[in-house]
Write a protein that binds this ligand. Sequence first.
Ligand SMILES: Cc1ncc(COP(=O)(O)O)c(C=O)c1O
Ligand SMILES: C[C@@H](O)[C@H](N)C(=O)O
Length: 392
Amino acid sequence: MAYYWRTGSSEMVTRTVDLRSDTVTKPTEAMRAAMANAEVDDDVLGADPTASRLENEMAKIMGKEAALFVPSGTMGNLISVLVHCNIRGSEVILGDISHIHIYENGGISTIGGVHPRTVKNNPDGTMDIDLIEAAIRDPRGEIVFPTTRLICLENSQANCGGRCLSAEYTDKVGELAKKHGLKLHIDGARIFNASVALGVPVHRLVQAADSVSVCLSKGLGAPVGSVIVGSKSFIAKAKILRKTLGGGMRQVGILCAAALVAIQENVRKLEDDHKKAKVLAEGLSQIKGLKVDVAAVETNIIYVDIEGSSKLSVEKLSKNLEQHGIVVMPEGPMRFRIVLHHQISESDVQYTLSCIPNYNVPNIWKLANTGVLYAKHIEETYRKPRKREEDD
Ligand SMILES: Cc1ncc(COP(=O)(O)O)c(C=O)c1O
Ligand SMILES: C[C@@H](O)[C@H](N)C(=O)O
């Protein structure tokens, strides 16, 4: 949605700063060109050549034997859990605020008949390893207990604010899984964000995992899709389940072509997303009535709490921001979420801050030493009609 914001003069300024999620990016010109020229074939009857290229590329990058393109991260997680837990009465251990448990309609249970066993997510995105071990069912109790078959991690952990799980922590969970004959799946919707933030290659971060679901449509900026990676035999079973769920698609190379561009062009932009998130979090933390844990902002996600004493509310603040063309994701009456992505520029960050009530502009100077644009530039930038920006 484009918003009109009347400036002091007669011009109208059209500007949208969409901070709801990193799923909102629009395909770049390069992605659109790749889609238009994609080599395609029927990916159900055989193999779409562009889909195969993407799958081979992703398997290599993630250090796994094979990969499979799927329409969404939700389907990627569902397929992975159901392949690992293909026996009735299976149970999966996962975080109590993990995406699989909170935002996927309970699909592992409603469709897969898999029982979730939650362990509390710590603020840093981890689950205590001793609590994971304590949650593993004792096989001697089989007459009353489900059977634990899988542990799921999420890296970065979105509901904890995009916190990153280290390779060492993941390895420890992997060792625990092996010790008990379990499998390990990682919801790696934003695994590339974690990799860049930690300075650890993705294949190292997921080394201990039997399967990973990687979103192409988030920070990587592809218009659609995810990829699951794992062993050849895992992917063979996943492919059948994908078809069962209706995820087998025909000339899917059109979507995979954009994803290949995303991998080539956007991984290198993630560090900037994280920097902008930090600057924005820093600026927000200085605003009376808002609470932000700046230190906890490790990647591209910021959670903002409105203090009870403040006259602000999420409803009021969102309305105010929307009048300036800025959209955020409400997470409750006094909490909202902001997610940075490659189509949010540094000046968008400063513009957002300058549109928040109680924000005293001089603070921007304080932020200036973080290499952020000056208030004057904002004045110039937002006071004249802007050209349509394709690739910010
Ligand atoms: C951590 C995490 N996992 C999985 C998903 C599901 O991805 P999708 O929206 O493509 O189904 C999301 C959502 O965006 C997510 O944030
Ligand atoms: C809302 C949630 O489902 C989505 N994964 C996001 O982060 O935007």
